[in-house]
Design a protein. Structure first.
Length: 431
């Protein structure tokens, strides 16, 4: 672990579900003082033994040199703390809305003169079903607000007449009734799914920026339910046509809102153009772990520089980074009975001692043993890096072979799409 030669700092991590454990733990290994608070009660065992846990983060505001919020919804609090002079990594009310209110996000894209796909908002399933029946096409069902945190509810239709979307809408109507909230139907287009992401220091983007290819389905070859992210391949670059056409156009708006943190925009691109889909105005999970594998400088120092408005060039590895999530039942569902039966306190076994490329997710540490905790079964994120995608995959797979996790499952094809996707992106002038 590379340690900073500068003065060590006090970091307070305010987490919704414990997703920032890897960041907090790594920051502590860099000889910083770290405290972590987790809002969700069923997730509060996460991080025990890795970092110091606290029950009320507000009592530690004065103690902290920097406060890091790892999810959306804290925007108002972040702005209030910044107004008091406290360095903060986190959202603003504006960036919270970009992610949580899909309509607002789409309207902001239009306001910044960025081309968007047609979308339609609904607050009940009957109207949505009638819409698809009257305008048959392939659509994507996108929950809005808090419901969108349940990633398995997002559904990408494949039928040109929308019959699969109608079946899913009827199933949701039966199981959710009127408690689903607002949702969108967005016209589906074919192409390469690509995300561009960057850190922002309150005034400008920090370079290089990150180009990401998410693998969202549970099983290889894009089978199964959507999970949010089962694994990702990525690289860092100072020049991206997709970034210039999307996120870069928000630079002055983000500066006006004094945003300090990480922001990502997911797009579908093809020979006809770039179509932004949605914002993630916070760290992505497990995206940030894979990004960390490619960042050379100490992560704590990096976050502090961003929070205090410094303009600098990040030190990153050349080539590619890949990562895959190792999970256990009931992932991706929140089923406490199944978790207790199959996965609670299961031990992570390492055949040989290994530290690089191993990122704890929903774990606790007792007597130096890593045990699975939480409620959904996200155990580890394993990463690899290399000058080529194949090199990065090889390193990741070697590390996975050194680990034993009972009842685990994971994607074995992270990065395989790169060969075909890169050819398409080059031909479209987007790399």
């Amino acid at each position: 672990m590379k340690k900073s030669l500068k003065t060590q700092k006090k970091f307070l991590f305010v987490s919704k579900w414990g997703e920032s454990l890897d960041l907090a733990y790594t920051t502590s290994l860099e000889d910083n003082s770290v405290k972590m608070y987790i809002e969700d009660k069923s997730s509060r065992e996460i991080g025990f033994g890795f970092v110091k846990k606290v029950n009320d983060w507000k009592k530690h505001i004065d103690w902290a040199d920097i406060i890091i919020f790892d999810y959306t919804g804290f925007g108002k609090i972040c702005s209030e703390l910044k107004a008091l002079g406290k360095p903060v990594i986190g959202g603003t009310e504006y960036t919270d809305m970009l992610e949580l209110d899909r309509n607002f996000g789409q309207d902001q894209l239009k306001k910044h003169k960025i081309k968007t796909l047609p979308y339609y908002e609904f607050n009940n399933f009957k109207d949505a079903i009638h819409f698809v029946q009257s305008r048959p096409d392939s659509y994507v069902i996108k929950p809005s607000g808090e419901t969108q945190d349940l990633k398995q509810l997002l559904f990408v239709g494949n039928d040109d007449k929308g019959e699969d979307v109608i079946r899913i809408l009827k199933a949701y109507e039966k199981s959710w009734g009127n408690n689903f909230g607002n949702f969108q139907l967005q016209k589906k287009v074919k192409g390469v799914e690509i995300s561009v992401a960057a850190f922002f220091n309150g005034n400008q983007f920090i370079y290089p920026i990150n180009v990401t290819f998410e693998h969202k389905k549970l099983f290889p070859k894009e089978l199964g339910v959507s999970t949010g992210e089962m694994g990702t391949s990525m690289f860092w670059t100072t020049d991206s046509p997709v970034f210039e056409a999307t996120l870069k156009k928000f630079e002055s708006t983000l500066a006006k809102n004094n945003f300090t943190g990480h922001i990502d925009i997911n797009c579908i691109v093809n020979g006809n153009g770039i179509y932004p889909l949605e914002f993630t105005s916070r760290f992505g999970y497990p995206q940030i772990c894979i990004q960390r594998a490619g960042i050379i400088e100490p992560i704590g120092e990096l976050l502090y520089k961003i929070a205090t408005g410094l303009n600098f060039k990040m030190q990153v590895k050349k080539g590619f980074q890949v990562g895959t999530l190792i999970v256990v039942p009931p992932f991706p569902y929140d089923d406490k009975k199944t978790f207790q039966l199959f996965s609670k306190d299961a031990v992570i076994v390492f055949k040989k001692k290994m530290t690089e490329g191993i990122h704890p997710m929903h774990l606790k540490m007792i007597n130096d043993e890593w045990l699975i905790t939480g409620s959904i079964g996200a155990a580890l994120l394993i990463t690899g890096t290399g000058l080529t995608m194949k090199d990065a995959q090889r390193m990741m797979n070697n590390r996975i072979s050194n680990i034993i996790v009972n009842n685990c499952y994971y994607r074995t094809d992270i990065g395989d799409r790169w060969h075909e996707d890169s050819d398409k992106l080059w031909s479209w002038g987007l790399l």
